[in-house]
Design a protein around this ligand. Structure first.
Ligand code: C2E
Ligand code: MG
Ligand code: MG
Length: 723
């Protein structure tokens, strides 16, 4: 069954065997069965277990195989037949010097007494092919010539073996090693092979002995490859590298081979021993790993990682030749909405198509990458003039604005583009990308479908923003927020029944800050949800108190950001629960939302608004007229109040159009069963005009600016003195 290593004869030199041990990828160890002390590690064991050569003789089996029960182990070794080929097999763990463990299969043979002491030979399987590139080479002095004598601290086991013993040892190794072995004469004629060779190549010893090793050739390497290999072998006696060979079945495989040379004892002839393993799988998976590490699987474009290296490379070039690089940061507008409404499959299709279109807008050496879900980047190296950048931007924007056919659907999308330039805007890949990203955000806030070049001012805004985000989190913990209240009065008689809660930030250094300055930032990073929860609890407590003390039907409205309705937004259930705890009817609160929210395609928005209604909480549409006023939504979403935006109220006295608009809004709202609140009333004339056309409620400086809770309470007290 076993292939006899026919030509391996001890006369051919002990140092040669030692070289084979050393070159083997299996870990090979030897220890004394009495003391369980190690006497030899081959190079793979040294490296794999993390010890220095001189440390080996101080080690015992106990340290390296902590899980082996020692008594049992000794007993079984005692039962081993010396020199027989049946080894003990243990499945255990090996412990490295650094304390880490790894599972192994340990084959143990009892070899031969040396000065009345047996030697145990252990072959440690379980390590797969590791990086071979660092293995011995003649250059690092570890080649076959250098290992003849014992190294420092090492007992030279080999020197103590006689011919028969060495032969026995090598036979065991050759047979049981997982490594394929092939021995040839100086012309490459095969003298012997082992079983692992047969496993890999499909050829038995009988089929190849006597033939030239060239029968394994794959045809994948040219003459100069083999010439270089043989030159290496002839010059140093040693060669290692990757070779594509052919199995008996015709299939190609890749092997990592180490070839060593030795002379027969009479020095008349040379032999070559090749130790190899099949690394085809490893190679293909390595290539796959490389592919996956550098390319985006969906679009086939380079990914962020690859993009980063490419940009760094371009920067290096530019640093040398003084050229400039433009970096475009592209973000598909509203991609999330498209993805959510059309489904992820179509979302993917859209990205693939968008990637193609973007790529079609550039030519070498410009490079496109996908850097995150809906973000792409274009590197334009060594551009001559800015016009080139503009050309690319416009080409991309035009191409993206063409309809996307996704299944039955025709989708229209747009893209926002930010640009940063090396070296003006940044000198590292990281900041260049960050700045382009900022410019892209600036383009978005200009109303999407536009582009923006990075400026220093953007940098400042970004820094301030970051600072504010941190401060907002602190503000929540340190309770720096305040709720101010602004009366909402019945327009025709000025009676006070309602208020709007408006948040303020009592900043420790900057004083009172208005929401316009911090709410948009809080929305961007999501902190607005926590802030909104705080406002809700504060206002619920307040309205409960005021209802009890002054007016049982008092009502306060709170502003709720669209972000609070999204994924990971507010937990409105907890709000309802809190109202229950306070025994507060839903009617005591109004939720102010903006028109944009109603356009949100999420089904969850609808259900959340319905949940408010079920809890008795009223819904008010804030800033009406500034967004997309889709009238049909007013009924669909069960809106109770419309708030006419202050921009319509401001010029009421002078602008007939605004007057007409306000009147139309009021009439329409009333037809739909909604009450109307006019915002920003500052003059008596504005109040009168609005009251004349039937507006129900008003809010504005004419009645009162938003004031702190205590001040508002004194007004309530004055309005309801009897309670
Ligand atoms: P809004 O909900 O439309 O609130 C009305 C804004 O108009 C308030 O600004 C108010 O002080 C101001 N205002 C009231 N009467 C007059 C007037 O006669 N003339 C003028 N020119 N302005 C008047 P404020 O308090 O600065 O709030 C600004 C915005 O911040 C609010 O607009 C609201 O959208 C948002 N906001 C306020 N509090 C919160 C909150 O707790 N959560 C969230 N998410 N947003 C809030
Ligand atoms: Mg409001
Ligand atoms: Mg408003």
């Amino acid at each position: 069954m076993l292939e006899k290593p026919v030509s391996v004869k001890f006369e051919e030199g002990i140092s040669y065997f030692k070289n084979i041990f050393e070159d083997m990828q299996d870990m090979i160890v030897m220890f004394e069965p009495d003391t369980l002390r190690y006497i030899y590690f081959n190079r793979a064991a040294i490296r794999g277990l993390g010890y220095g050569r001189e440390e080996v003789v101080q080690l015992t089996l106990r340290q390296l195989c902590p899980e082996l029960p020692e008594e049992e182990f000794r007993r079984r070794i005692g039962s081993l037949d010396k020199g027989k080929n049946s080894p003990l097999l243990f499945e255990t763990v090996k412990r490295r010097k650094d304390g880490t463990d790894f599972p192994v299969e340990l084959l143990i043979y009892l070899v031969k007494p040396i000065e009345n002491t047996d030697i145990c030979l252990g072959i440690v399987h379980g390590k797969s092919y590791r990086s071979q590139k660092t293995l011995a080479s003649p250059q690092n002095g570890l080649g076959p010539v250098a290992v003849d004598g014992a190294e420092a601290g090492e007992q030279d086991v080999f020197a103590q073996l006689d011919a028969k013993e060495a032969q026995q040892l090598i036979n065991l190794l050759v047979m049981h090693s997982g490594e394929s072995m092939l021995i040839t004469d100086s012309l490459g004629n095969i003298l012997g092979v082992n079983q692992a060779f047969t496993m890999v190549t499909g050829y038995t010893a009988a089929e190849v002995v006597g033939k030239n090793s060239s029968i394994l050739r794959s045809g994948r390497h040219n003459h100069s490859f083999y010439r270089a290999m043989w030159e290496g072998i002839n010059a140093s006696g040693h060669w290692q590298g990757e070779i594509w060979n052919r199995r008996k079945s015709g299939e190609l495989y890749l092997e990592w081979i180490t070839i060593n040379t030795f002379y027969t004892t009479d020095k008349s002839e040379r032999r070559h021993v090749g130790l190899f393993s099949d690394i085809t799988r490893k190679k293909t998976s390595e290539e796959l790993v490389w592919q996956q590490a550098n390319f985006d699987m969906l679009t086939g474009l380079p990914n962020r990682h690859m993009f980063q290296s490419r940009l760094e490379l371009e920067i290096k070039k530019s640093r040398q030749d003084g050229s400039s690089i433009a970096l475009l940061f592209l973000d598909i507008d509203n991609f999330k909405e498209v993805n959510d409404s059309l489904g992820h499959n179509f979302g993917d299709l859209l990205l693939v198509e968008a990637a193609k279109r973007i790529q079609n807008c550039v030519t070498e050496p410009d490079a496109v990458a996908r850097i995150s879900s809906d973000e792409f980047a274009v590197i334009i190296p060594a551009f001559e003039d800015v016009a080139k950048i503009d050309r690319v931007i416009h080409a991309v924007m035009d191409r993206i604005s063409e309809p996307f056919i996704l299944g039955e659907e025709k989708s229209f999308i747009s893209v926002s583009v930010g640009v940063s330039i090396y070296p003006e805007d940044a000198t590292t890949a990281e900041t260049l990308l960050k700045n382009a990203g900022q410019a892209m955000h600036a383009a978005k806030s200009q109303g999407r479908n536009s582009h923006c070049y990075f400026t220093a001012a953007m940098q400042n805004t970004a820094t301030m923003k970051r600072k504010m985000v941190n401060e907002l989190r602190v503000a929540l913990i340190e309770e720096q927020f305040r709720v101010f209240y602004q009366p909402i009065v019945t327009l025709n008689n000025g009676a006070l029944h309602k208020a709007e809660a408006l948040i303020r930030w009592q900043h420790p250094v900057r004083g009172l800050i208005n929401p316009a300055e911090f709410i948009p930032i809080a929305e961007e990073v999501g902190v607005v949800t926590a802030i909104g929860d705080w406002v809700f609890h504060e206002v619920a407590r307040q309205v409960a108190g005021w209802r009890a003390a002054y007016y049982a039907k008092f009502q306060i409205s709170i502003n709720v950001s669209p972000v609070q309705f999204r994924h990971y937004g507010a937990n409105f259930e907890a709000w309802f629960q809190y109202l229950n705890e306070l025994k507060l009817p839903g009617q005591s609160l109004v939720v102010e939302i903006t028109e944009g929210l109603l356009l949100d395609v999420h089904a969850s928005v609808t259900s959340q608004l319905l949940a408010f209604r079920d809890a008795g909480i009223r819904v008010s549409l804030d800033d009406f007229g500034t967004g997309y006023s889709a009238l049909s939504y007013l009924k669909k979403f069960d809106i109770d109040y419309l708030k006419i935006d202050q921009t319509f109220v401001r010029d009421l006295e002078h602008d007939a159009n605004d007057m007409a608009l306000c009147e139309a809004i009021i009439v329409m709202a009333h037809k739909l069963g909604l009450k109307v609140i006019a915002e920003g009333i500052e003059t008596e004339q504005q109040r009168r005009l609005l009251a004349e056309v039937g507006c129900d409620y008003g809010q504005g400086y004419l009645f009162s600016a938003p004031v702190a809770a205590r001040e508002f309470e004194s007004r309530l007290k004055a309005t309801y003195p009897d309670s």
